[in-house]
Design a protein around this ligand. Structure first.
Ligand SMILES: CC(C)(COP(=O)(O)OP(=O)(O)OC[C@H]1O[C@@H](n2cnc3c(N)ncnc32)[C@H](O)[C@@H]1OP(=O)(O)O)[C@@H](O)C(=O)NCCC(=O)NCCS
Length: 143
């Protein structure tokens, strides 16, 4: 189970560009990872989420979930985006669980040969502002 309640996780904007914003994930003053909205399409209101928590000892502690929820608030209610999507390897069970917890749903599946009989499966997952609000997250007055 995640231990997010006691941990003080904040996002620090480090690199704002027109089509990409990059944040550091800060735990008690120390950067433990980074999070970005990439490929921001202002007209359609969509962007791709990317996240890394650097050290394995910090994985599965709820930090990813906390950081993504904070970023979604920013994306939907301050940047006024309408849909956030991401790509994830099917084998990345921690990431899949984390994304499902915050409300992302599978929207597509890409299967790629990686040599011989081996294949990798990548899911496209998405979450709209309406779904985010329907899940009880976010600021209802800002729909
Ligand atoms: C993916 C990543 C950002 C997720 O952040 P995180 O802080 O580790 O995730 P969280 O702790 O918020 O959520 C992970 C969930 O997976 C669960 N989990 C852990 N190991 C698991 C496993 N083997 N199978 C299924 N679920 C698992 C955790 O218990 C937790 O669920 P819970 O809160 O219901 O208990 C982070 O692990 C990471 O940076 N990984 C390396 C880089 C990476 O994979 N980036 C994503 C590329 S798409």
């Amino acid at each position: 189970m995640s231990q997010i309640a006691e941990e003080n996780i904040t996002l620090k904007l480090v690199k704002p560009e027109r089509c990409r914003v990059l944040y550091q994930i800060i735990k008690r003053g120390t950067p433990i990872g980074e999070l970005a909205l990439d490929q921001i399409a202002w007209r359609s209101g969509e962007a791709e989420l990317k996240i890394t928590i650097y050290e394995e000892r910090h994985h599965s502690q709820g930090y990813g979930t906390t950081a993504i929820l904070a970023l979604l608030e920013e994306a939907f209610f301050r940047m006024n985006l309408r849909r956030i999507y991401l790509r994830v390897h099917a084998s990345n069970t921690i990431a899949m669980r984390c994304y499902k917890k915050v409300g992302f749903k599978k929207e597509g599946r890409l299967e790629r040969r990686t040599g011989g009989d081996t294949r990798e499966i990548i899911y496209l997952m998405g979450l709209s502002k309406q779904e985010f609000l329907a899940n009880g997250e976010g600021e209802p007055q800002a729909v």
